[in-house]
Design a binder for this molecule. Sequence first.
Ligand code: FAD
Length: 468
Amino acid sequence: MAYDLIVIGSGPGGYVAAIRASQLGFKTAIIEKESLGGICLNWGCIPTKALIKSANVMDYFSHAKDYGINAGDFAPDFPAVVKRSRGVADKMSKGIQFLMKKNKIDVLMGFATVKGGGKISVKSADGNMQDVEAKNIIIATGGRARELPSMPIDGKKIIGYREAMVLPERPKTMIVVGSGAIGVEFAYVYANMGTQVTIVEYAPRIVPVEDEDISKELEKSYKKRGITIMTNANVERVDTSGNGVKAFVKTATGEVTLEADVLLSAVGVVANIEGIGLEEVGVKTEKGKIVVDPYGKTSVDGLYAIGDCTPGQALAHVASKEAVVCVEAIAHAAGTYHHKPEPVDYGNVPGCTYCTPEIASVGMTEKAAREAGYELKVGKFPFSASGKASAAGATEGFVKVIFDAKYGEWLGTHMIGANVTEIISETVLGRKLETTWQEVLDAIHPHPTMSEGVKDAVEVALGEAIHL
Ligand SMILES: Cc1cc2nc3c(=O)[nH]c(=O)nc-3n(C[C@H](O)[C@H](O)[C@H](O)COP(=O)(O)OP(=O)(O)OC[C@H]3O[C@@H](n4cnc5c(N)ncnc54)[C@H](O)[C@@H]3O)c2cc1C
């Protein structure tokens, strides 16, 4: 079977690429070995947000009295929480099935291996082999949980993110190793379900890629929630021979032994680039990722790669953007599409973490901006001074904006608080349009909203704060 374009992998990189290709007139197929929608819909973004929503409901019930509501007795039904999350994921995956049909994209279920010369062999679950061929092939095979030799995932006592989403019962105690987005999101979910959670982080602070002020605020908030946090701490070895799990942790002051029912290893993701024919056809890889040009082209003609299997932030919206850029560039080169797409701007990618309080950021941290030699205007507006936040009982956190003092360029925004993942898009669009501080102030922000905090923070940066 010959196609104009075949995509391997159906995550937010792969399925978006297939749809855009079909829209641009390519005869398109997509190959998937597991479930349509990839990690994002089945084991990542979506099911975690469903679990987080259940944790939010627990949060509300715990504070019902603060809102004048007598909630009576309540408790999580943990298997029902998991069931709801799986239901949401299944529904989303079925949605992708519908979109493939709507866009006349052939779906081939099986494991794909590239063979060179535009050929791919597909092995289905029952062992059947099929060869397909395309002028253009996009590899979007995504990633999987990173495993450290000191903590091999056994799926029972040492678990990765997949197992953490479907535990048969709520553990009483849990050690979360790693405090990136995945680690702190699960810590929030389980702490709210009543699990005693300890976070162990190798770096000096939690959510280490965020601005330092964000890390401090989250640590303060998590400690209030009863989550134990250990930073500058390294799990050197784990013992699973007893009832639970023992983690031997090296800290600045000596070795500590932690005991828990389960240990969640949340130490990052690695790309799925092995065993899919890349070495055989000569695709260049570096540091465990496929090397690509700004349009997703690999070192081999006709072969492209996008998403988590390539460098760049391992985020769903990055994979989707890379997909569109890659397909449009292929169509443009073929002379069938008028517009040459702009390469992805990796400096303007929003990052969101959906714990409570939520975290959202884009652009440079204050430290990175200072190290880059900028003279800065920095403004920080606490939600404790926001009317909407007070009305909502969500006064934790702040908006921090960072501008270049010389030309007014918006270098970054870092937020922590309720709903900030919905507010960050203003900065992304503002930065895309090269908005200055004056233009942010000139744009009228609705009242009362937490998004006003952005304008308030800009006022603080300029020394013109009205609400502080
Ligand atoms: C717990 C968790 C929470 C996350 N939360 C967020 C979030 O809130 N926001 C966000 O932006 N990102 C989040 N991410 C990251 C996000 O899921 C990924 O960045 C995104 O899924 C990457 O998309 P992708 O298309 O590159 O690959 P994937 O979504 O990983 O999809 C790759 C697909 O390829 C298939 N595949 C692999 N090899 C083959 C083969 N040889 N043949 C056929 N099929 C193959 C796989 O089965 C898979 O379905 C989260 C990740 C995790 C693990």
